[in-house]
Design a protein around this ligand. Structure first.
Ligand code: NG1
Ligand code: ZN
Length: 528
């Protein structure tokens, strides 16, 4: 390890002394003014992780749905997954080492993780459209090359596209070609094949309005559009040409305010969706004939997807185990519907897609979505092989179902939740089933709910258990919350420290919006 080169270059990306940041659920996120040293150091860390795993590692520069002034960075592990927890700790330690301690930290991590320093390293880099992202991806590359690593800079990409690239590169091209073109082709081919079978839903051409949060999703969807235009035409709004990233638009805005984004005309019963700033989340919505807004969130996406998959399996005559993974934020009605009506086992994990992703990998077919619209469906290798075999062998309706399922497997991003991929899956399912957004929405009725943020001096005073549904500390708080919950019908409430913002999040649901609001308010007072 040429520590001289590392130190010399580090001076160009010097850490503001005393600044402490943490690798959270979505990597590092902060105001862009605080991040240059983090970018350089994550380039260094990616080289060590690449040497240790003898694989390509990804580094994505983005702060997703945060304001334009923020930025962030996260590492992507060999199978396109989030970074392993022990390395998250190394990331935090490396980020917070003062300049003179940096070489010692690097040596320490290499020793603890038994990194073979002679091994080659390869790192792929992607970035979103933020003004600070281009310079930051150069800082990452500076880190990579300071430690002698090789790299490929993909430039502008959605987060899930970079996950896809890493997965492709580490599976010998079996999953797909590790190019943007390869991504477009793989997904579009599966989508067009699928929707060809939807002739029964009439010949009217399908259109969808997409709010792109003024982010990278707009650029990529524009490029990709021509590949799937036979099956769907998309109308893009908030495409970044006028508005500000994530400002009054995007999936996070729509979900948390439960209202439509600015910058998009919505006529009654038009199907609309929103991506977030790095296009890994998607929510749907529409206005009914009375002009009322209806949100179709990640929970309803999970329900649509798992019911479609179950129907196909029944048709094919295969009995794979299908599971749905949610978090505490899943609407109580969705959990009840999945368990009681659809008879699908439902599991709850801690917030953060890495937890859901890992749980979903335990099933033959694992569908996971956070209520905010971040998710995908995972298929075990054995299931994928079996289905693709059956798609060749079976005939008639069984054969048709097996072919559909084979295409659905190809259409879902197996590395990460992906707004573009999810959008195409949803559009294909709606077309195949001949469903309107209203009919989809009517599967069950969401319980009214409210999310609040509470600023506290130190959010770490609250710790939780039972997939964040129960408070452990401070003592007594859980009892207060439980007592408040008992005063409402169909109610539930929990609090947890956010992993991405310096706040405590409060969630409540109840039989009416007024009651959900009031329960959330009372719980937030108890947190103070
Ligand atoms: P935090 O800030 O830990 O609540 C938020 C989202 C997560 C996840 C991460 C990463 C909610 C309530 N929380 O986490 O689901 O998406 O950001 O982006 O939506
Ligand atoms: Zn995102």
């Amino acid at each position: 390890m040429d520590l001289g080169a590392v130190t010399q270059r580090s001076a160009l990306h010097a850490k503001p002394s005393g600044l402490v940041l943490q690798y959270g659920t979505a990597g590092f996120r902060a105001h862009a003014g605080h991040l240059d040293h983090i970018m350089y150091r994550m380039g260094l860390l990616a080289v060590l992780r690449s040497k240790q795993t003898k694989s390509t590692i990804g580094v994505m520069v983005t702060a997703s749905h945060n304001p334009e002034e923020d930025n962030g960075v996260k590492l992507i592990d060999p199978l396109g997954e989030m970074l392993a927890p022990s390395w998250e700790e190394h990331a935090t330690r490396l980020a917070n080492a003062e300049e003179q301690e940096l070489p010692r930290e690097l040596v320490g991590i290499s020793e603890r993780e038994a990194v073979d320093l002679q091994q080659d390293a390869f790192v792929v880099v992607g970035r979103d459209t933020r003004a600070s992202s281009e310079k930051f991806s150069q800082s990452v590359i500076d880190g990579v090359t300071a430690l002698g690593g090789l790299f490929h800079d993909y430039g502008l990409l959605t987060t899930p596209q970079l996950h896809y690239m890493v997965y492709c590169r580490n599976t010998g091209g079996q999953y797909g070609k590790a190019t943007v073109e390869g991504y477009y082709q793989k997904l579009s081919k599966a989508f067009v094949e699928l929707t060809k079978q939807a002739s029964c839903s009439g010949d009217e051409h399908r259109t969808l309005k997409v709010d792109c949060a003024n982010g990278i999703g707009a650029l990529k969807l524009k490029e990709m559009q021509q590949y799937f235009s036979q099956g769907l035409s998309v109308q893009l709004f908030n495409d970044g040409t006028k508005g500000k990233l994530n400002h009054l638009c995007g999936a996070d805005f729509v979900k948390s305010h439960q209202k439509p984004p600015e910058g998009m005309e919505m006529k009654s019963n038009e199907r609309c969706c929103s991506f977030d700033g790095d296009a890994d989340r998607i929510v749907y919505y529409y206005r009914d004939a009375d002009g009322q807004f209806h949100l179709i969130d990640g929970d309803k996406i999970a329900t649509l997807v798992s019911s479609f998959l179950k129907d196909l399996l029944v048709e094919i005559g295969e009995n794979f185990n299908v599971g749905v993974v949610q978090t505490a934020y899943a609407n109580g009605s969705s959990t009840r519907y999945l368990q009681e009506v659809m008879k699908v086992p439902v599991y709850c994990t801690k917030t953060g897609v890495k937890h859901l992703h890992h749980k979903a990998q335990e099933f033959d077919i694992g569908v996971y979505f956070e209520a905010n619209g971040h998710g995908t469906a995972l298929f075990s290798k054995a299931v994928e092989m079996k289905i693709k075999q059956l798609a060749k062998e079976l005939e008639d309706n069984k054969g048709k179902a097996a072919k559909m399922l084979a295409n659905v497997i190809d259409l879902f991003n197996q590395a990460a939740g992906d707004a573009i991929s999810d959008m195409l899956v949803i559009e294909a399912i709606l077309a195949l089933k001949g469903l309107t957004a209203q009919q989809w929405d009517a599967l069950y009725r969401d319980l009214p709910n409210r999310q609040l943020k509470v600023k506290v001096a130190d959010r770490r005073v609250i710790s939780t258990t039972d997939a964040e549904r129960q408070v452990l500390t401070p003592p007594g708080l859980q009892e207060v919350i439980s007592d408040l919950v008992k005063q409402y019908r169909l109610s539930r409430a929990f609090v947890r420290p956010s992993g991405t913002e310096d706040v405590i999040r409060v969630y409540a649901e109840a039989d009416s919006q007024a009651n959900a609001d009031s329960l959330a308010h009372e719980v937030s007072l108890a947190v103070f």
